[in-house]
Design a binder for this molecule. Structure first.
Ligand SMILES: Nc1ncnc2c1ncn2[C@@H]1O[C@H](COP(=O)(O)OP(=O)(O)OP(=O)(O)O)[C@@H](O)[C@H]1O
Length: 759
């Protein structure tokens, strides 16, 4: 057939306009004829030899020839005609896209005559050799899926190839692609490939080798642009071969042999990874599998074909690396709930009422900051005002330590028992030892009418801030690392590792102080303990009104009064957070005080509390806007900007474990229950408020997320609410929190930040 008789009707450019209408007309006639033949398929291409009529039926996409000279059909689609011989196609030299799937073609050599061919679909045929025809000038996309190809051969002449599909063939190795420097898409699923090679340095972005016999992911390091990888249906056990493919966005490893969660770490560097499929791998059997994966790959959007919810990501972080405030929230709620299991009693330390919080001074800082020494000195010097709140610990007593004075040294068992007896207000695990402050320790001091001084680490403060206590927090930390290090070394009891970790923790304190202004009421640099003590001494004396200036002012005031204030000392100590002698303090501190000795800020605070109390009594729920905008009456708010809601799982993660402690029993002497107060039952006074527990209850109800419950560890596995005899649907869970909160109670929602990858 020559060009003039070609049904493509190749026209001279000059005659194009005139003849275009003719061409359309002719085509319409042709279409009409073809439609008539619709029911006579059997007559087309008899014997599998492609004929003109069949071609005519398959032509489409009228357009310019490659050189722009002719108006021609660019595509032909001839599927399912049982074609064997397609020689005739060679005469349609302007074709750019040839689709001949579902035939019986074995020989594609006629296509060598189509120099402009760009796209070829020869899937579902009987082809045994890949691209063994004279390479068209610019062939870009080839689909040879579902053929009988056993070997790939040399494809170096197809250097423009950018998409190659060879699925469902009989290929056992990847060969001949070295020079295909534009290959971006390679799919060779359902073949017999057992080794990954032959892909070095190729710009492949999509690689599908699913359903082969691959055991190791290898030789992919040089695929720098790899974004999607499908290796499902293989025998892969490790992801180590993917650690360098940092641009990966999707990895499908369904139905493989991946068993160990640490394998996930190999793809942690792929910051763009959005989708991962590990269905039908043994790893699915791991407890908390999904959260474990999400913890490691916190940018995933789809895991195992299911969209990842934000709550899951939060739960994952809370489970495996809970932020400090989450740990504190759990610690708090555990102690609250356990305390509710005990008979109610009136605490001396709560007697002054919410208007007059029990005076407490907390010295906060890292180990070796000297806070304990400062606390002890304060108690020695101001014994009329302060008592030392002795914490419990499971660590061994040191030679110079006196049980009951420095700490109550108890065994791990005793510590755990005390937790369950609801005796602690906070606990904290510090470098394998447990520390905790019991209510009774505070009571021992309160009973003598003294203010309580305690020292603790930041984590302890986090919990303490959730209780109803409103201490003053003084950050005591050395700022010179050399001095700090020297001090730690001088103790001669810490390992190198311990010293390093402790020094690093200073940053935590400094950061907390910088990022949460007001978290600490004051900061004291303790590079020089003597100077630090002088500072704290002055602060205390000013507060107590016993500094020389205050004394002088006080004497002046008293000389004008008829009756002196006889209870001067203790009253002030008890109102540590609210100085009682208005005049002396107003003068010493230059503040304007009201008639009962409250400063402006304190007066405002009291007003807010009173108003909140009235609201509660009246069952008034403030509008949402008011709730959001209202300020809680605090001097040192706790991370208010971050807290929104706790994650799902409730795990008594802060509770000590026998494993961690070795279970040694030391001196079990704890503070004896106070005979005068323990017997008094009352519903008035409580360790902390139930409402903060109620707010966190969703956490408690979703126990299924609990970390692989290690049954030997009672405080790890028990749900305090179950012990209370409440069903999972707590009676108070439906109460609106705003109605039940009493003024002064803490409302701390906790939503930890979602960690960037690399956690
Ligand atoms: N109840 C508590 N809650 C939180 N932290 C506490 C508590 N009691 C003590 N700590 C802190 O635990 C840390 C370890 O206590 P330990 O007595 O072993 O410290 P130390 O080596 O004597 O150091 P330092 O001289 O700073 O007290 C200290 O920083 C201490 O203040």
């Amino acid at each position: 057939m020559d060009e003039e008789t070609d049904i493509l009707k190749v026209h001279e450019n000059s005659d194009l306009d005139v003849e275009q209408s003719e061409l359309i007309l002719e085509n319409e006639n042709l279409e009409g004829e073809l439609n008539e033949d619709d029911n006579n398929d059997e007559e087309l291409s008899p014997g599998g030899v492609l004929d003109e009529e069949t071609i005519a039926r398959g032509l489409s996409n009228l357009g310019r020839s490659a050189h722009g000279e002719y108006q021609v059909y660019l595509n032909v689609t001839i599927p399912g005609f049982s074609l064997v011989d397609i020689s005739l196609l060679g005469e349609y030299q302007y074709l750019q896209k040839v689709e001949v799937p579902y035939n019986d073609i074995t020989d594609l050599s006629p296509l060598g005559k189509l120099p402009h061919l760009l796209i070829l679909d020869a899937s579902h045929n009987q082809i045994e050799k890949l691209l063994d025809f004279t390479p068209p000038f610019n062939l870009q996309e080839v689909n040879f899926s579902w053929n009988k190809i056993t070997e790939m051969g040399d494809l170096s002449s197809h250097y423009c190839l950018h998409k190659l599909l060879l699925d469902n063939n009989e290929i056992s190795g990847i060969f001949g692609l070295e020079h295909c420097r534009r290959l971006k898409y390679l799919s060779m699923s359902h073949n017999h490939i057992s080794k990954m090679f032959g892909l070095d340095e190729l710009p492949i972005q999509y690689l599908n080798l699913s359903n082969n016999q691959i055991r190791h992911i290898e030789n992919l390091e040089t695929l720098k642009y790899l974004r999607e990888l499908n290796l499902s249906g293989n025998n892969v056990r490790s992801l180590s071969g993917l650690s360098k493919n940092t641009l990966l966005e999707m990895v499908d490893l369904e139905d493989n042999e991946i068993i160990d969660i640490v394998e996930i770490n190999h793809i942690k560097n792929a910051k763009n990874l959005r989708e991962l499929n590990l269905l039908r791998n043994p790893i699915q059997e791991l407890p908390d599998y999904r959260l474990s994966v999400l913890f490691r790959l916190n940018r995933l959007v789809i895991l195992d074909r299911h969209h990842v919810k934000e709550e899951e990501k939060v739960s994952a972080v809370n489970m495996f690396d809970p932020p400090m405030d989450v740990v504190a929230a759990r610690d708090h709620i555990m102690h609250v709930v356990y305390s509710f299991l005990q008979p109610a009693r009136i605490w001396d330390s709560t007697l002054p009422s919410t208007e007059t919080p029990y005076p407490m001074l907390v010295l906060v800082g890292p180990q070796g900051s000297g806070k304990k020494e400062l606390a002890m000195n304060l108690v020695d010097e101001f014994g009329d005002y302060f008592g030392f709140g002795v914490s419990h610990t499971t660590r061994r007593p040191r030679v110079d330590e006196i049980p009951g004075k420095d700490y109550y040294f108890v065994s791990l068992d005793k510590f755990e028992t005390d937790i369950k007896m609801g005796q602690f207000i906070q606990t904290y695990q510090h470098q394998n030892n447990w520390f905790g402050l019991q209510m009774e320790s505070i009571e021992n001091v309160a009973r003598d009418g003294h203010a309580c001084v305690v020292h603790m680490e930041l984590e302890g403060v986090m919990t303490l801030k959730k209780t109803f206590f409103e201490p003053r927090y003084v950050l005591v930390t050395p700022l010179n690392p050399e001095i700090h290090e020297r001090r730690l070394r001088q103790k001669g009891i810490y390992s190198e590792e311990h010293i390093k970790r402790t020094l690093k923790r200073v940053d935590l304190y400094v950061k907390q102080n910088q990022e949460h202004p007001g978290f600490f009421d004051m900061m004291i640099c303790s590079d020089d303990i003597t100077v630090a003590y002088k500072q704290i001494q002055k602060i205390v004396m000013d507060y107590l009104g016993i500094s020389p200036e205050a004394q002088e002012n006080y004497t002046n005031q008293m000389s004008k009064k008829e009756t002196p204030d006889v209870s001067f000392g203790n009253i002030r100590a008890r109102t540590w957070s609210r100085p009682s002698n208005s005049e002396s303090l107003s003068q010493s501190r230059g503040l304007r005080l009201d008639s009962v000795g409250h400063g402006i800020v304190e007066e405002e605070s009291i007003k807010r509390r009173q108003s909140a109390a009235k609201d509660v009594v009246n069952n008034y729920v403030p509008p949402l806007y008011d709730q959001l905008m209202s300020k809680y009456p605090k001097t040192a708010p706790q991370m208010a900007n971050k807290q929104i809601g706790l994650g799902h799982e409730q795990r008594a993660a802060t509770a000590p474990t026998k494993k961690e402690q070795g279970g040694n029993i030391y001196d079990d002497t704890g503070p004896a229950d106070s005979p005068d107060s323990s017997s008094v039952e009352s519903s008035v006074s409580r360790l902390s408020d139930l409402d903060s527990a109620a707010e966190l209850e969703p956490t408690l109800l979703e126990e299924e997320y609990n970390m692989n419950a290690d049954s030997q560890l009672p405080t790890e596995t028990m749900n305090p609410l179950t012990l209370m005899g409440t069903s999972s649907n707590l009676q108070y869970s439906n109460r609106p929190a705003s109605k039940t909160l009493r003024p002064g109670s803490d409302r701390h929602h906790v939503l930890p930040p979602i960690q960037p990858a690399g956690v």
